[in-house]
Write a protein of this length. Structure first.
Length: 275
């Protein structure tokens, strides 16, 4: 058998194996995982660390529990700087992450592989460019997301956002919004959309983003955390935080933006919070 034929056979076998894993083996593993009962201890953690869970209708609660179960089974959690991961940490992170997909598709997180958790905010060396000059700065961060399937979180910030259900910040929602933004290959503030929805998103979000930046330039009271004005990707992530944490505020200040996010996430936190 010629080397070319051998290579072709090997390539076909490799592709077949990948297809089998993606479309059959993974589905089989998930089906098997969901046959296991949702642990009672996890349910208590879910009720205490994901406040919106209590307001979800029964069918959405079941979907969220299923997604949490898969998330914890499939993603690798790593404690950093001596931090110990326990079930409360896993459920809190998975619960808030899956609030973004509870009415979408859990497959949105297929490429997320690892969650690194620090006990508190952490320092990183980051490159900064000023024209042709590239420098390195020491930055303090509460979290970050990567297109390579890695999310880094500071637990103190996660816990604060989870406990203060009406507060402006929730680093878990923020970083996993970035993961959804990465679905089309780049974090640009526009997750995968098509047709009229994509056109409306572009128009509405551009106007809202420019409005926010204009307000800040003129020292007016901002309707959104100023960090959202740094770039479109952060605008989408901060909007997602506000949509889930302070829905009535966002609905009053930017009704068109609220409607777009409601259509994208297929959930209405403002209405649910009143139930």
């Amino acid at each position: 058998m010629s080397p070319l034929i051998l290579f072709t056979v090997f390539a076909i076998a490799l592709i077949a194996t990948a297809v089998f894993y993606l479309f059959f083996y993974r589905a089989w593993r998930r089906e098997l995982e969901l046959k296991q009962p949702f642990p009672k201890a996890w349910r208590k953690h879910l009720q205490s660390t994901v406040p919106l869970y209590r307001h979800l209708p029964t069918h959405m609660q079941k979907t969220l529990r299923d997604q949490i179960q898969l998330f914890i089974a499939e993603k690798h959690f790593y404690g950093c700087a001596g931090f110990e991961i326990d079930d409360r940490v896993r459920v809190a992170i998975a619960g808030h992450a899956c609030l973004l997909t509870v009415m979408r598709s859990y497959a949105d997180y297929n490429e997320v592989r690892s969650i690194l958790v620090y006990p508190d905010v952490y320092r990183v060396q980051a490159q900064e460019r000023d024209g042709m000059v590239v420098g390195v700065s020491d930055q303090v961060r509460a979290g970050e997301a990567s297109s390579l399937g890695q999310v880094v979180l500071a637990w103190s910030e996660c816990e604060s956002g989870a406990i203060n259900k009406n507060g402006p910040h929730n680093v878990i929602l923020h970083e996993f919004a970035h993961q959804l933004d990465y679905l089309d290959g780049t974090a640009d503030g526009a997750p995968p959309l098509s047709g009229e929805q994509a056109k409306e998103w572009q128009q509405t979000m551009t106007i809202a983003y420019d409005n926010l930046r204009h307000s800040l330039r003129h020292h007016r009271t901002s309707w959104l955390d100023p960090y959202g004005a740094t770039k479109p990707a952060e605008f989408f992530a901060v909007l997602t935080e506000t949509f889930y944490q302070q829905p009535q505020h966002l609905k009053e200040q930017q009704p068109a933006v609220y409607e777009l996010l409601r259509d994208f996430y297929r959930i209405d936190p403002g209405e649910l919070a009143q139930s």
